[in-house]
Design a protein around this ligand. Structure first.
Ligand code: F6P
Length: 284
């Protein structure tokens, strides 16, 4: 597993370099969700693919930027599902973006995720790694290496509210829930980049990040294997919760297609309990 984390550290520097120096235009292609691909998306994907090609414990790669499964090493044990440059459309306005990695053993479903990691490319490069039975570990790039900063632990209740999804298409009870949090004193923090938005909430102790199902996109926008499940693991390891609109732990999701999406709610305990009440979800 350490080889995988070392590889993630190496690709983080390469992708950061590409973000800082490369062309910000569109490529000629679309990704499998029908979104136009930026040259930087394609390039970041290639950087990751190249780096893992020689890591023998990695069996397969599944990229947010590609349709199928890329078979790497027959004798490998793990499949890495990754989003090479999440929020890439924010690079041209110079906001933070990130890379997300979910490491699965066996069938691609939430309960087989055994570790996850993400990188934030902001004013500084930060890396968070989460493994079973441990608090997530935060690292920061200093020079050409990552230095351990400390473990991440969320409070019972936070102050921040990152509410995604087009408001025009929210259902009434979701709107009431979000409005009630603001009426309680929560402050809006939403950049449109899942990685920096979830990172901010975790490092500031807690709060809520939501991307609900809406009337235009009933299954939400965020992808289970590359975005939702890896972050659910990190939030749970940090002492928070991560559930869907029915109250199911996101770590229990079983995607039927690599690019399936899910409504998602990540937060500290207080906000997730409030969400369950607002959505009429009974405690199991
Ligand atoms: O999945 C890509 C992404 O850019 C996420 O990083 C982010 O949370 C979300 O989409 C933002 O979506 P919207 O623009 O609908 O708020």
């Amino acid at each position: 597993m350490n080889t995988i984390f070392q590889t993630i550290k190496q690709v983080a520097f390469k992708i950061d370099e590409a973000i800082k120096t490369e062309d910000l235009g569109y490529s000629d292609s679309e990704n499998s969700s029908g979104e136009d691909q930026l040259k930087l998306d394609v390039q970041s994907d290639l950087i990751i693919e190249k780096a893992f090609a020689s890591v023998s414990i990695v069996k397969n790669l599944v990229s947010e930027e590609k349709e199928g499964v890329l078979e790497l090493n027959d004798s490998g044990k793990y499949t890495i599902c990754y989003d090479p440059l999440d929020g890439s459309s924010l690079v041209d306005v110079n906001l933070s973006v990130g890379s997300i990695f979910g490491i699965y053993e066996g069938e691609l479903k939430g309960e087989n995720l055994i570790a996850s990691a993400y990188v934030v490319y902001g004013p500084r490069i930060e890396l968070v790694i989460a493994e079973k039975n441990k608090k997530p570990a935060l690292y920061r790039a200093i020079g050409s290496d990552f230095k351990y900063v400390g473990e991440i632990s969320m409070n019972e209740k936070g102050k921040l509210n990152a509410s995604g999804g087009t408001q025009q298409y929210w259902c009434d009870y979701h709107k009431t829930f979000i409005d009630d949090l603001f009426a309680e004193g929560y402050r809006l923090r939403y950049s449109g980049g899942m990685v920096p938005d979830l990172h901010q909430i975790m490092l500031k102790g807690g709060g809520l990040f939501s991307y609900p199902g809406t009337s235009d996109v009933p299954k939400g926008k965020l992808r289970q294997l590359f975005e939702v499940i890896p972050f659910a693991f990190i939030y749970e390891q940090a002492g928070g919760q991560a559930i869907n609109n029915k109250g199911l732990r996101l770590l229990e999701l079983v995607p039927s297609h690599p690019h399936d999406t899910s409504p998602c709610f990540f937060g500290s305990n207080y906000e997730i309990e409030a969400m369950k009440k607002a959505y009429g979800i009974e405690d199991k």
